[in-house]
Design a protein around this ligand. Structure first.
Ligand SMILES: Cc1cc2nc3c(=O)[nH]c(=O)nc-3n(C[C@H](O)[C@H](O)[C@H](O)COP(=O)(O)OP(=O)(O)OC[C@H]3O[C@@H](n4cnc5c(N)ncnc54)[C@H](O)[C@@H]3O)c2cc1C
Length: 366
C-alpha cells in the first residue's frame, strides 16, 4: 500500500483492465490480478478488427496506433440470402498481443503491481473497504482495497460475487484461421453474412499475417452446427477452430458501492459483438467516475450500449426478406452505417428520419 493513495484492485489483465490500470495509476495505487501467465496475456480468440475510433483511443492511452495496426479495411460487404450491399468503412486489424504488451509496459512504468497466474476467488466488504481474495498455486491471499474493478471478461467472477450478474446472455463465437478460400474477396475488404443458417452472422476477415479469419457469432447451442454450415458454404474442409463467449450487449448496472465492472464483464459490447472499443471507453469512463466523480462518459457509454442492445434484439429477429429490404434501404441512404457503429445513437436517429419505412422493424423489439 502506497501511503496517501487510494488502493484499486483490478481483476483481469486484458484490454479493459489494463487500460483502467494505466489511467488510474497516475493518481492511485493499482494492483492487477490476472489468471494467465504474463506471456499468455493478449492471446484471446478474437478477430481483432476495430473501427477508426480505436486510433484516437490508443493515442489517448499514450500508444502510437501505427505500432499496433496491421491492416486497413476500406470496404465491408454485407450479404443476405437475396442481396448484398457494399459499405465504405475505415476499419483496422490490430495486433492485440502487442497492444496488450504495450499497456502492461505503461502500467508497470506508472507503478502498477501485477499478480499473474493468480485467480480472483472472493470478495467481502470490510467496513468501507473490500477484502479481495485471490489464489496463486493453491495459496489463498486477501488484500484490501478502496475500489475493485471487475474487468474479468464474459464470465465475470467479480460480477457474480458482487451481485451484479443480472441475467446476462451470451453468443458463442467460433472461428478459424484458414489459408485459402475459394470465394473472391476484394483487397481491402471483408464480408459479413446475415444468413440464418450461419447463426447471428458469419464473417470473413482477410488477415495481414496470412490467410483469412472466418467465423460465426451464434447462440451457444447452435454455434457448432452454424459454423459447420458456414465452412461448408466456403468449401473449407478441415481447420483448427477456437471458440469463446461474447456477452450480448446489455445496459446493466455496473456499479455497486466502489465495485465497478468494465468491458465484457459489464456486457459493454456492440451489436456486432465487437468489444475492444467499449472496453477502452469503459476504462476512460471509470477514470472520470473514480477520480473526478464525473459520470458523463459512463452515462454516455450506458446509453450507447442500451441502443446496441435494442439493435441486437431487432437484428436477431429479422428474416431473409427483412434483411433484403434493410440492405436495399442501406444502398440508398445508409452507406455511412458501418462507419457510424461507434456513435449508433446519432446515426440511428438520422437514418430512421430519412427512412420512416424502417419503423416497420419496431414491433421486433417486443
Ligand atoms: C471469437 C471472437 C472474436 C472477436 N472479435 C472481435 C473483433 O474483431 N473486434 C472487437 O472489437 N471485439 C471482438 N471480440 C470481442 C473482444 O475480444 C472483447 O470484447 C474484448 O476482449 C473485451 O475485453 P475485456 O478486457 O473486457 O475482457 P477479456 O479480453 O475477456 O479479458 C478478461 C481477462 O480477465 C481474466 N480473468 C477472467 N477471470 C479471472 C479471474 N477469476 N481472476 C483473474 N483473472 C481473470 C482473463 O484471463 C482475461 O485476461 C471478439 C470476441 C470473440 C470471442
Amino acid at each position: 500500500m502506497k501511503p496517501g493513495k487510494k488502493k484499486v484492485i483490478v481483476v483481469g489483465g486484458s484490454i479493459s483492465g489494463l487500460a483502467a490500470a494505466c489511467l488510474l495509476s497516475k493518481k492511485m495505487d493499482v494492483s492487477v490480478i490476472e489468471q494467465k501467465p504474463k506471456e499468455e496475456i493478449g492471446n484471446k480468440v478474437c478477430a481483432n478488427v476495430v473501427t477508426s475510433t480505436f486510433l484516437d483511443l490508443a493515442r489517448k492511452l499514450g500508444i502510437n496506433p501505427k505500432e499496433i495496426t496491421l491492416k486497413k479495411f476500406s470496404l465491408a460487404k454485407f450479404c443476405s440470402e437475396s442481396n448484398s450491399v457494399d459499405m465504405p468503412v475505415e476499419d483496422y486489424e490490430i495486433n492485440r498481443k502487442k497492444f496488450v504488451g504495450l499497456l502492461v509496459e505503461k502500467a508497470v512504468s506508472n507503478g502498477v503491481e501485477f499478480h499473474f497466474k493468480t485467480r480472483f476467488t472472493g470478495l467481502q466488504k470490510i467496513y468501507r473497504r473490500y477484502g479481495v481474495v485471490f489464489e496463486n498455486n493453491s495459496k489463498k491471499t486477501m488484500e484490501t482495497a478502496d475500489f475493485v474493478i471487475g474487468a474479468d471478461g464474459a464470465l465475470s467472477e467479480v460480477a457474480r460475487k458482487a451481485g451484479l450478474w443480472q441475467n446476462r446472455k451470451f453468443w458463442l463465437a467460433m472461428q478459424s484461421r484458414v489459408f485459402k478460400i475459394e470465394r473472391k474477396i476484394f483487397p481491402g475488404s471483408y464480408e459479413i453474412f446475415f444468413i440464418k443458417k450461419f447463426g447471428y452472422y458469419g464473417y470473413i476477415f482477410p488477415s495481414k499475417s496470412n490467410g483469412y479469419i472466418v467465423g460465426v457469432v451464434a447462440s451457444p447451442q447452435d454455434a457448432k452446427k452454424n459454423f459447420s454450415q458456414f465452412r461448408k458454404s466456403l468449401k473449407i474442409k478441415k481447420c483448427d477452430t477456437n471458440a469463446a463467449l461474447i456477452p450480448l450487449p446489455k445496459a446493466i448496472k455496473a456499479q455497486k458501492g466502489n465495485i465497478f465492472l468494465a468491458g465484457d464483464a459489464a456486457c459493454q459490447v456492440k451489436f456486432t459483438g465487437g468489444g475492444i472499443i467499449p472496453a477502452i471507453e469503459s476504462a476512460f469512463a471509470l477514470h472520470d467516475l473514480i477520480l473526478q466523480k464525473n459520470s458523463v462518459k459512463s452515462c454516455r457509454l450506458k446509453r450507447e450500449i442500451l441502443l446496441h442492445e435494442l439493435v441486437t434484439k431487432v437484428l436477431s429477429k429479422l428474416n431473409a426478406e427483412d434483411f433484403g429490404m434493410l440492405f436495399e434501404t442501406a444502398k440508398k441512404t445508409g452507406r455511412d452505417a458501418a462507419k457510424s457503429r461507434d456513435k449508433l445513437s446519432k446515426w440511428a436517429v438520422r437514418v430512421v428520419l430519412r427512412n420512416p419505412k424502417l419503423l416497420k422493424f419496431l414491433p421486433k423489439l417486443l
